[in-house]
Design a protein around this ligand. Structure first.
Ligand SMILES: Nc1nc2c(ncn2[C@@H]2O[C@H](COP(=O)(O)OP(=O)(O)OP(=O)(O)O)[C@@H](O)[C@H]2O)c(=O)[nH]1
Length: 810
């Protein structure tokens, strides 16, 4: 043994000394009158049990009695085993001892020899002291050594004899001196008694739960007396007793248990010699078990079929297969009971009928959309008028309505142009404009006064740039227009996309001043035009602006018109859907009125407003299921704590309707409605609405969500194929998927095919490894989280702050 190991062993022995209370001297020096009397009586009893045929000395009996604290049964067992061992060959005995040592896995422990007081290593015990006390004997009262091989590991059993005695402890009731270990044991016992009392409190809690569930409690003591009564320390499952394959039988309560149920258990129990000892029944020192806690009763099965059941003892909760049978979730769990009680006042939810989804062949689409079927609809609290919305719409003889998005390179004069339009149309009064002018002058941005009509944000005003979409409304005799003023700066392209997604047509503003047209064309003039086309915009009005800065040069106008027209037709716009107007937003020439500047006399065409009005009415998807992309979520007032705004892309909606918000799959009631900021009972596709919601929490709503009818919710997908026009080189790469206000992280996972621009057919040959800018291709895209998307939907792909492509979901 190394020096370190020796030191360690000595330390351990010192600790054992402490626990032993120093009872290491020869008992002859310590034995008092009381002990002598115990030894005398014990010796007589042992001799009586052993009978005269066993040859053994009194000293041997007394040694054993002293060691086992006058326990006659243990002494008898020990002595019998000693005699049996002494009759086996010495060599075989040594082997057995070693194997016992190995089994017990205690080959290197030290123990204190109670008789000699010496510190003896087990290896030494096995050789020199085996005749007197073997390791096997030391652990003989350990139940696992007496259990048949086939049962080991399946029987939970407390030692038949108090463990403390092996270490020299004793209790006062035995009349033996009390060691520190015994004192510890007594303290533990006291604690357990205390726990038993606490168990009564648990009983009360369980009773409360039972009350809630309306079910009688199973398998627990009914009174406090049950708690204090001795509890069994052996818990053997029924399955263990029968040694049958697990059948997961229903748990039975103690009161309902039939004698037949226990029969196999009894028989199995009798097979075990050690357990069959009648002494078990006499065992006096059984620690009262505390009543099981609520938690224990929830996860543990009913009282196990145990030996103690046969002996009419009390409950013992065992974790076993019975548990699973009982808690098969057929009945409500305690949590369910509490939840149910909490929800009793809530209206019941009806499951949404899942419509048949078109088979896309894409598993991810189907898998995600199937989840929609579990959407639960809350009974609408808001009473509607149950209107025939289509009939109402027809009756209202609505004006032609159009949304247009104002696009173009940064500082092209978009906001100024729209400010002028609103001012000249008297949507904005002189006083307001004067106020803007004064404020703009104060911060040195006088030229932006008209732009402030639309740029309302403090940052927008101080920086002189549009950041987010500004929405304004105006009407002409024939049409009701909604302006969506988009930011021109490249950093705010996502906001521009959001605006463009709601537009019927676009107004492209071009700064005609020297140099700016060229730089704009390289910048966002082209990008914006491509984006709106990719998003389905077919008509575009081109306002060649700031002509006042170039003295209304017709040549310049013609040059710009030519170049832009060529580009736009290449981008997919039809020539007949392009209209050009020379103008100056700052001065108001050719906006609402004709240009007053004589230098502009060469232009005989219509002003901008007329070009806007001449836009053909857009066909609305009135008959399709409701689809509204959420643009904004806000507090609509005291009466309307939760409101959303957006444009109805399809279908109709009315007050009292229940809708479902995707992808959250949460239902909501429409408690109020506004169309173009005016209260209304209904709205149809093409209108910009505010929906005041009830029965939903704000946390389930975000910009880009889609409002649908519960019966026909939009699909939510994690992957899709898109026919895309490449703006930049595209390879399998990470990207952001934009759809209106929604943008989700994702990636291009596969370049499926290069497509012919004219026919749209796949170009034969190898699969592309790279899509060049300007090419059309079919690519596969995946997103991290499901997004509401259906066939025909339009998406924009961006990466590293650049638009890499835009296209149509297939
Ligand atoms: N001379 C002249 N200046 C103009 C005209 N229109 C706009 N501007 C000026 O151009 C600058 C930018 O105008 P904005 O209306 O803010 O341009 P924008 O395109 O809306 O800018 P972003 O939205 O930030 O991209 C301002 O200083 C305007 O006064 C115009 O017709 N003539």
């Amino acid at each position: 043994m190394s020096r370190h190991k020796l030191v360690k062993a000595l330390d351990l022995d010192e600790e054992l000394d402490d626990f032993d209370g120093g009872a290491d001297s020869d008992y002859g020096e310590e034995v008092g009158a009381e002990d002598k009397e115990h030894l005398r009586l014990g010796t007589a009893k042992v001799r009586d049990v052993l009978g005269p045929e066993v040859s053994i000395t009194d000293r041997e009996i007394e040694d054993s009695l002293w060691h086992y604290y006058y326990d006659v049964d243990k002494t008898v067992n020990y002595l019998i085993s000693q005699k049996t061992n002494s009759q086996t060959p010495k060599k075989a005995r040594k082997q057995k001892v070693n194997s016992d040592v190995n089994k017990s896995d205690v080959s290197d422990i030290s123990r204190q020899d109670s008789k000699t007081g010496g510190h003896v290593k087990t290896s030494e015990i096995s050789s020199s002291c085996s005749a007197q006390l073997s390791l096997a004997d030391l652990f003989r009262d350990s139940p696992w050594l007496n259990i048949p091989e086939d049962r080991r590991g399946e029987i939970l059993i407390e030692p038949l004899y108090p463990r403390g005695r092996l270490m020299g402890g004793s209790s006062k009731s035995d009349g033996a001196p009390k060691s520190k270990l015994a004192a510890l044991a007594a303290a533990r016992k006291k604690k357990e008694n205390q726990r038993a009392e606490d168990g009564q409190n648990a009983t009360n809690s369980v009773a409360l739960l039972d009350k809630l569930s309306g079910k009688p409690r199973q398998g627990k003591p009914d009174s406090a007396s049950d708690i204090s009564s001795p509890k069994p320390l052996i818990a053997i499952t029924e399955q263990t007793m029968n040694e049958q394959p697990r059948k997961y039988p229903k748990r039975k309560s103690k009161g309902l248990k039939s004698p037949q149920d226990d029969q196999p258990a009894k028989e199995a129990f009798k097979k075990s010699d050690s357990l069959a000892s009648p002494d078990v029944e006499k065992q006096p020192e059984i620690t009262p078990a505390a009543d099981p806690s609520v938690f224990a009763q929830t996860i543990f099965a009913a009282p196990a079929v145990s030996q103690q059941h046969d002996l009419q003892t009390s409950d013992r909760y065992v974790l076993g297969p019975d548990t699973y049978a009982e808690f098969d979730f057929a009945g409500p769990s305690p949590d369910d009971v509490v939840t149910k009680a909490q929800n009793t006042k809530r209206p019941t939810r009806k499951p949404v009928k899942q419509p048949p989804q078109p088979s896309s062949g894409d598993e991810s689409v189907n898998a995600v959309s199937q989840g929609v079927g579990v959407v639960a609809i809350e009974e609408p609290k808001v009473k509607g008028k149950n209107l025939d919305v289509m009939a109402e719409f027809e009756r209202s003889k609505p004006k032609n309505a159009a949304n247009f998005v104002v696009i173009g390179h940064v500082d092209a004069g978009k906001s100024t142009l729209m400010g002028r339009l609103l001012y000249d149309l008297k949507v904005v009064d002189q006083r307001t404009l004067d106020k803007y002018r004064k404020e703009a002058e104060r911060i040195g941005k006088a030229s932006f006064a008209l732009a402030w009509v639309l740029d309302q944000g403090t940052e927008e005003r101080s920086r002189g740039v549009t950041i987010d979409i500004a929405m304004n409304k105006f009407e002409t005799e024939s049409t009701s227009f909604t302006i969506l003023d988009a930011p021109g700066h490249r950093d705010f392209i996502p906001n521009m996309i959001a605006g463009a997604s709601q537009a019927d047509f676009a107004v492209l503003v071009i700064d005609a001043s020297t140099g700016n047209f060229e730089s704009g064309l390289k910048g966002q003039t082209k990008e914006h035009a491509l984006l709106v086309r990719s998003m389905g915009v077919q008509r575009i009005v081109i306002a060649v602006n700031k002509l006042d800065t170039i003295q209304w040069s017709q040549d310049r106008f013609d040059e710009i018109s030519q170049q832009v027209s060529a580009f736009l037709t290449t981008a997919g716009f039809l020539a007949k859907n392009l209209a050009f107007v020379p103008c100056a937003g700052l001065t108001g020439d050719n906006i609402v009125r004709k240009a007053e500047d004589p230098q502009a006399s060469w232009y005989t065409g219509a002003p901008l407003i007329s070009l806007l009005e001449s836009s053909e009415p857009v066909t609305r998807a009135l008959e399709k299921p409701l689809r509204m992309t959420v643009d904004d979520i806000f507090r609509g007032g005291v009466q309307n704590p939760l409101s959303i705004s957006g444009r109805l892309d399809a279908g109709n909606v009315q007050i009292g309707d229940t809708v479902v918000i995707m992808p959250a799959s949460q239902t909501a009631s429409i408690k109020g409605l506004e169309v173009d900021s005016e209260p209304s009972d209904w709205a149809v596709a093409g209108q910009n609405v505010i929906l005041h919601l009830a029965d939903i929490e704000a946390k389930y709503l975000k910009s880009g969500d889609v409002v649908c009818p519960p019966a026909v919710p939009i699909q939510c997908v994690t992957s899709f194929t898109v026919k895309i026009l490449a703006f930049e080189h595209i390879t399998p790469m990470h990207c952001e998927v934009h759809k209106g206000r929604l943008h989700a992280p994702g990636r291009v996972t596969k370049l499926v095919a290069q497509l012919d621009k004219a026919s749209g057919a796949a170009v034969k040959g190898k699969k592309p490894r790279l899509i060049k800018p300007g090419s059309v291709a079919r690519v596969h895209v995946e997103v991290d989280d499901p997004i509401p998307l259906e066939q025909g939907g339009r998406v924009i792909l961006r990466a590293g702050g650049e638009t890499i492509g835009a296209g149509l979901v297939e």
